[in-house]
Write a protein that binds this ligand. Structure first.
Ligand code: DSN
Length: 422
């Protein structure tokens, strides 16, 4: 922990301490969240927040960038090593920013994008209504097979032949199975389209080799850096040399100004941690824990989209087993006992996206706390108890006790973390 702590003002310190305590005293099951290390938190809270560094290392638009250059070079070197990529741009502010830059790099305004339907697990930045992607491009969607919950690559191919896209987006926010990147690439090749693989969710699993990698398969691979990879909030793009200049120009000036160099420092710290062999073990456990969670929920009579998981979360579908339970209600009931998950639409959804018929439950954050398969089963029982009887106060009391026990057994951060910075 840092020793030269600079206190923030009392009001802000109180809010930050409350958030730190919320994270310590509840269990984050949101599949896109994780707990960054103290090293990443410190890097993100560093003096680099003060520095403008438009451009690339060694080719900046402002003076005084020599140390920013060193930091960004570390992040880029570590990213290329982690993902086995020829080129990395670590400046995107987020996964969405990375996707906007990817479209800017490869497309003209009005071009056609084919991406997964959001209610089937796609992402806003893949061109859902009300986004600028949808405003500037002609977006069409493909779906999963509603009976199996799995991608049907033959159906994707047929849809691509119908739409004739200029770009196909793969990689998803709520698809609980591995993606066959080569098969998507074959579809893209067949219709002469670019292929952007958005690995935002599985970045850490790909880096650790517990999910196949689209690097060297898709044209561009985009992602965020704060989910399974635990490298602090931000985005990135990795690709081959042939797209390097287009990507760099699309990030700046195409879609961004000055990079958030403090976040680039966080990425350097987190990518360094992910290169440690211990990270491979962590990523493997994330998937094992999701499998244990899914198996137990299945034993307890819940339906899982696609029947299970290969990744870091499960999606529970209430429609057949708990037809009166909505995702919104489930999210609120779980949150009330300290289990923080998110409502989720399911393939074939008939409720609105703000209500949903499912819940997505992820394991990256609890695995960072040290959860093993036994702890996951205990957690799964608490989830199942609450979802089976969301109005039963004695069930809620027991679930709160389970959460308190698990938080105590798998502690997170200490009394200084995130309240102070240097
Ligand atoms: N909001 C993220 C998720 O939860 O999947 C994606 O950006």
């Amino acid at each position: 922990m840092p020793t030269d702590l600079t206190p923030v003002d009392d009001d802000l310190a109180e809010a930050l301490a409350a958030e730190r305590d919320r994270q310590r005293e509840t269990l984050s099951l949101i599949a896109s969240e994780n707990h960054a290390s103290d090293a990443v938190l410190r890097a993100q809270g560093s003096v680099l927040t003060n520095k403008y560094a438009e451009g690339q290392p060694g080719e900046r638009y402002y003076a005084g960038c020599e140390h920013a250059d060193a930091v960004e070079e570390l992040a880029v070197e570590r990213a290329t090593e982690l993902f086995g990529a020829e080129h990395a741009n670590v400046q995107p502010h987020s996964g969405t920013s990375a996707n906007l830059a990817a479209y800017q790099a490869l497309l003209e305004s009005g071009d056609r994008i084919l991406s997964l339907e959001m209610t089937h697990g796609g992402h806003l930045s893949h061109g859902q209504p009300y986004t600028m992607v949808d405003d500037h491009f002609a977006v069409s969607h493909y779906g999963v097979d509603e009976a199996t919950g799995r991608l049907d690559y033959d159906a994707l191919e047929a849809r691509a032949e119908e739409v004739d896209p200029d770009l196909i987006v793969s990689g998803y926010s709520a698809y609980p199975r591995q993606v066959d990147w080569e098969r998507v690439q074959a579809v893209a090749d067949a219709v002469d389209a670019y292929h952007v693989a958005d690995i935002a969710h599985v970045t850490g699993l790909v880096a650790a080799g517990v999910h196949p990698s689209p690097v060297g398969v898709a044209d561009l691979v985009t992602g965020s850096t704060h989910k399974t990879i635990r490298a602090g909030r931000g985005g990135m793009i990795v690709c081959g040399e042939e797209h390097a200049d287009a990507v760099d120009t699309a990030v700046m000036p195409g879609t961004q100004g000055g990079p958030l160099m403090h976040n680039v420092a966080g990425k350097a710290a987190g990518f360094g941690e992910a290169l440690d062999p211990a990270f491979e073990e962590y990523a493997g456990r994330v998937v094992e824990n999701a499998t244990a969670l899914g198996d137990r929920l299945d034993e307890r009579g819940f339906d899982l989209v696609s029947g299970g998981t290969d990744v870091h979360f499960v999606v529970v579908d209430f429609r057949d087993t708990h037809p009166d339970l909505t995702g919104e209600r489930a999210e609120a009931s779980l949150a009330d006992v300290g289990l923080i998950a998110n409502k989720q639409t399911v393939p074939g959804e008939e409720r609105s996206s703000t209500v949903g018929s499912g819940v997505r439950i992820g394991t990256p954050a609890v695995t960072t706390r040290g959860f093993d398969a036994d702890a996951m089963r205990r957690l799964a029982d608490a989830v199942a108890d609450v979802l089976d009887a969301p109005d039963d106060e004695s069930v809620r009391t027991d679930a709160r006790q389970t959460v308190a026990d698990l938080c105590e057994r798998f502690p997170l951060y200490d009394a200084e973390t995130a309240v102070t910075a240097r």
